[in-house]
Design a binder for this molecule. Structure first.
Ligand SMILES: Cc1cc2nc3c(=O)[nH]c(=O)nc-3n(C[C@H](O)[C@H](O)[C@H](O)COP(=O)(O)O)c2cc1C
Ligand code: PXP
Length: 205
């Protein structure tokens, strides 16, 4: 049981995923681009953190999904540790959402459907790019694109090295800017990603 007051106003919710969806919808109306951009943090097996932007493509009832190359640096770190965190920051709203959790692959029908929804050029690009590995030249990449275009045709299947990751959170924090740096913060936590009960606490700014 939390020792702090319950969230109200823009923080009011019974379900943190619904609240992320609501805040993202507001940001979609006010951000200049990529309101679904997240800074995704991973950690190497030696404990060295790493962070980069990706696009959040789905907010499910109980998880967050993004898509990438399974042979990339981020994928290597996720597959080694099973963990990730991300932050979304919307300058137009002066708000952020922070998420920490356990990660699993989404390489089934949802990944196939998402891949199929992308432009043909992006689908072929996913075949051509050996993401995160050294590239001899831009020309070599374009030659690879031409090669896979000829090879895969107009309806390429999803590459086995490309798909989704599903982040199943144990912690979601909502933050909104306050006057004089006296921000509002509410942190939702649960014991593990299969727990349905969340504890919510107001935090000091
Ligand atoms: C706004 C933005 C969105 C991006 N979205 C993705 C994405 O959804 N998936 C992806 O693989 N890379 C995305 N990238 C590229 C990544 O930031 C990164 O360069 C790439 O995934 C390689 O990261 P890694 O070497 O740490 O694996 C995005 C970059 C930016 C700036
Ligand atoms: C390399 C890469 N893969 C995937 C994505 C996800 O976005 P989309 O599926 O819309 O191309 C991005 C977005 O920048 C990207 O840069």
């Amino acid at each position: 049981m939390s020792q702090t007051e319950a969230p109200s106003g823009k923080f009011a919710a019974t379900d943190p995923f619904a609240l992320v969806r609501d805040w993202l919808a507001e940001a979609t109306a006010s951000e200049i681009n990529d309101p679904n951009a997240i800074a995704l943090a991973t950690v190497s097996p030696e404990g060295l953190p790493n962070v980069r932007m990706v696009l959040l493509k789905d907010i499910e009832d109980d998880a967050f999904v993004f898509y990438t190359n399974y042979e990339s640096a981020k994928a290597g770190e996720i597959l080694a540790t099973g963990k990730a965190a991300f932050v979304m920051h919307w300058k137009s709203l002066r708000r952020q959402v922070r998420v920490r959790g356990l990660v699993e692959k989404e390489d089934g029908p949802a990944a196939d459907a998402y891949y199929a929804s992308r432009s043909l050029a992006s689908r072929l690009g996913a075949w051509a790019s050996k993401q995160s590995r050294p590239l001899k030249s831009r020309g070599a990449l374009m030659a690879e694109v031409a090669k896979v275009t000829a090879l895969k045709g107009p309806n390429p299947p999803r590459p086995p090295h490309w798909g989704g990751f599903r982040i199943r959170p144990v912690e979601i924090e909502f933050w909104a800017d306050g006057a004089h740096r006296l921000h509002d913060r509410f942190r939702w936590t649960r014991a593990d990603p299969s727990a349905t009960e969340w504890e919510v606490a107001r935090l000091n700014p």
